[in-house]
Design a protein around this ligand. Structure first.
Ligand code: ADP
Length: 393
């Protein structure tokens, strides 16, 4: 059956339910369902109240959890009742309804934040990533980073230097080890060679004595090399632990010269000491080895009838030791290298006179430990002068 719509249905009542109920409770009109099939409304609390007092209202929870139905009923003059009702969302349902759009917004914001953050951080980090670590100063980047780069290149320079130094030290050590082995092997070979010949009976009776003295000389050499190497390694290892004491360099020189007296006589070289007492803070053992080695060389590389003059001077700020000889001299081109370990100007001559090539390197080491300085001047055929200075303070 076609229902005729009343004129007021044009009111915008889309969210409001309107029900018209007759005096006896039957539904006459309802804008949301068919009035004919609706049950009697007489028992509804808002209708009951309206019929008794002219106005009634009630709230009923709907079947779904998040909504409630609010009813207002008003008694009309003819005894019928008009009721309007509205579906009201509860706060929680409002909230639940918002979850989806809020969630959506959050996702969008997160994606945008990620994209923006990653592109911005990439831009910020790029100049830092582009720093040329091998050459930090060359890189063009933030001025704020300049001190860091300066520091970096400074440290790199140090690192490079340290590395080079380490390499050099390692190389020197390797060379030294090889040299020591060689220096030990040579006399040992000679000793075992001579001994073997004698043992096999290959040496004539009258030659045994000279062979024995060769063996003796070589063993002395061997001993000398070992002693020098031990001295050097002691200086290398314990250099920093050596503490100075009040020492008179003149007294030390006197002692060293005394020990060399018989050697100088044997060589026909006149050895003399002059100068003054010079007390300062030094290491006696090292000073002794300095004077001894310099004088030993001055006698070794001298002529028969030659002279070695040792002088000690006590200046205001320093103590001076000079060892002058009238010996063979050192050619100019060798002067810079004679302090190197195992360096000899004339290898065969040096061996002949019992040199190890270590004497001057021990001297230089001992001088530098005491913060002194050593200088050499020489004229070939005329002689050599070594000058050592020690600061007094
Ligand atoms: P060595 O044990 O061979 O004497 P040194 O280290 O004491 O080694 O000296 C190195 C080299 O310097 C010597 O081999 C020698 O050629 C030269 N030399 C040192 N002192 C003198 C000197 N007073 N006169 C001439 N040459 C010297």
């Amino acid at each position: 059956m076609e229902r005729k719509e009343p004129a007021w249905i044009n009111l915008n009542v889309s969210d409001i339910r309107i029900t018209w109920i007759s005096k006896d409770g039957t539904v006459i009109f309802d804008n949301e369902s068919q009035a004919e099939i609706m049950e009697n409304h007489l028992e509804r609390p808002e209708i009951k109240a309206a019929m008794e007092t002219g106005y009634g209202e009630s709230i009923r929870n709907s079947s779904t959890l998040f909504q409630k139905q609010v009813y207002y009923a008003k008694l009309l003059k003819d005894g019928s009742v008009v009721r309007v009702s509205e579906n009201q969302m509860m706060a929680i349902s409002l909230f639940l309804g918002l979850i989806q759009p809020i969630g959506f917004a959050i996702v969008i914001i997160l994606i945008m934040a990620f994209v923006i953050a990653s592109s911005v951080s990439k831009k910020i980090v790029e100049p830092i990533n582009n720093i040329n670590l091998d050459n930090p100063q060359e890189t063009k980047t933030y001025s704020e980073l300049q001190p860091l780069l300066t520091r970096l290149s400074f440290q790199q320079l140090h690192l490079k230097k340290d590395k080079e130094e380490l390499k050099k030290t390692e190389q020197i050590r390797q060379e030294f080890t090889a040299n020591v082995s060689h220096e030990l092997k040579t006399p040992l070979h000679a000793i075992s060679g001579y001994a073997e010949l004698i043992q096999r009976g290959l040496v004539a009776e009258e030659d045994i004595k000279p062979f024995a003295s060769k063996i003796y000389d070589e063993s002395i050499r061997l001993n000398q090399v070992v002693e020098d190497v031990i001295d050097l390694s002691r200086l290398d290892a314990g250099a920093l632990n050596l503490s100075g004491e009040e020492t008179d360099l003149y007294w030390v020189a006197e002692n060293a010269i005394q020990s060399l007296e018989s050697f100088s006589q044997e060589k026909g070289v006149k050895l003399t000491l002059s100068g003054e007492h010079a007390v300062f803070n030094g290491v006696t053992n090292l000073l002794y080895s300095i004077v001894y080695n310099l004088c030993d060389n001055a006698i070794k590389y001298n002529h028969k009838g030659g002279e070695v003059k040792v002088n000690v001077r006590n200046d205001e700020k320093e103590v001076l030791l000079t060892v002058t000889d009238t010996g063979i001299g050192i050619p100019e081109e060798h002067l810079a290298r004679i302090f190197e370990r195992f360096y000899r100007v004339d290898k065969s001559h040096s061996k002949e006179v019992g040199g190890t090539g270590l004497g001057l390197s021990i001297v230089k080491h001992a001088v530098s430990i005491q913060k002194g300085e050593i200088k050499v001047s020489s004229d070939v055929g005329e002689g050599t002068t070594f000058t050592v200075t020690f600061p007094k303070a």
